[in-house]
Design a binder for this molecule. Structure first.
Ligand SMILES: Cc1cc2nc3c(=O)[nH]c(=O)nc-3n(C[C@H](O)[C@H](O)[C@H](O)COP(=O)(O)OP(=O)(O)OC[C@H]3O[C@@H](n4cnc5c(N)ncnc54)[C@H](O)[C@@H]3O)c2cc1C
Length: 316
């Protein structure tokens, strides 16, 4: 059995954890199912337009996280949102830039979807889609919590019953994101718009945000949790027909293309006080926003906290 720590997920929690463990001298490998870095810090190209599709911005409330953000700002990978209130931070040129930056120097295996994790000989065996299996001494799962728990279930791993019940209760809101390309400049204010009622809860123009070049409106529209749950499986055309007429005035120019991004696990519903889980007897850790708090800062601090616990207990 090698001494590697396997981390599932290259979102902000997994990448910050991997960096901290590596600084502590551990051998760390991150497995990421997608082709990109950053998880829900996601940016997508659609034709000539570019959209931040998941998290739109983040805030830094704790001194510790503010310290990290200041480092990223000095490196030019995050900046304050132009035109918005000073506490909103965005990735530069898009949100996924932060994930790319944090992955530098880390062994991240992309397009490596973990199908199950099993106990093996005092360590862990990871089954990977269309690839040979991998082994590790310790394992950290940072996917949205229901997905992490499913990996453990698939591998026949039982958590202590009280903990299993607590974690099973931590659920997520779904979010449908419509990525609208407009024929001309949008009327959406530079700082975006949050709406309290109706199917739409958020609109932002990625052209005004500096994410999309070319000048034509490239508007990310986030639909409310209730609407998203009810219409989750609908097609692009069906969703556009339901949503676009109600926001046509706010958009200010005709829609020429619609792409939908479905976030089944967008933001956690509740919070978990301990911020992360570390089970030294299993060599198993869990981190992410369902544990650390329902935003980028909570996810980041969950990864940082778990790395500190693993290092303190000789697990990293
Ligand atoms: C629509 C939307 C809007 C949001 N708005 C905001 C906002 O305005 N402000 C804010 O602060 N936060 C916002 N958030 C929340 C924020 O994006 C998250 O809290 C944070 O990015 C979560 O980071 P994470 O590391 O916990 O998880 P993730 O970013 O989800 O990372 C987990 C990673 O694990 C990978 N993975 C999953 N399963 C497997 C597997 N089987 N094998 C390998 N890899 C796997 C995933 O591909 C992903 O890259 C928003 C999220 C969404 C979706």
């Amino acid at each position: 059995m090698n001494e590697t720590i396997a981390v599932v997920g290259a979102g902000i929690s997994g990448l910050l954890l991997a960096r901290a463990l590596k600084v502590g001298g551990a051998e760390v490998v991150v497995f990421e199912k997608s082709r990109g870095f950053g998880g829900r810090l996601a940016t997508k190209r659609v034709g000539e337009a570019t959209f931040d599709t998941g998290a739109q911005y983040f805030t830094a409330k704790s001194e510790r996280f503010a310290g990290l953000v200041a480092e990223w700002a000095a490196a030019g990978v995050v900046a304050r949102w132009p035109g918005a209130s000073a506490h909103r931070w965005i990735g530069r040129p898009g949100m996924n830039a932060l994930g790319r930056f944090l992955a530098e120097g880390i062994d991240v295996r992309r397009e490596a979807k973990i199908l199950q994790v099993q106990r093996s000989d005092g360590g862990w065996a990871l089954t990977i889609e269309n690839q040979p299996p991998s082994e590790a001494r310790r394992l950290v799962l940072t996917a949205p919590l229901p997905q992490s728990l499913a990996l453990l279930r698939a591998g026949g791993v039982a958590l202590p019953p009280a903990l299993a019940d607590e974690l099973a209760a931590l659920t997520y809101h779904p979010c449908l994101a419509l990525l609208l390309t407009l024929d001309g400049a949008s009327a959406v204010p530079a700082e975006g718009v949050a709406l309290a009622d109706g199917p739409v809860r958020w609109l932002a123009d990625n052209a005004k945000k500096g994410v999309s070049s070319g000048g034509a409106g490239a508007v990310t529209v986030h639909l409310s949790p209730v609407f998203s749950a009810e219409h989750y499986g609908k097609s692009e055309a069906e969703l556009a027909a339901l949503v676009v007429p109600g926001i046509a005035d706010r958009l200010g120019a005709p829609v020429v293309n619609v792409v939908v991004q479905r976030w089944k696990f967008s933001e956690p519903v509740g919070a978990y006080a301990p911020r992360c889980v570390w089970l030294p007897e299993l060599g198993l850790g869990l981190a992410g926003d369902a544990l650390g708090g329902p935003r980028v800062e909570g996810a980041a601090m969950s990864g940082v906290e778990l790395a500190a616990r693993m290092r303190a207990e000789g697990g990293g």
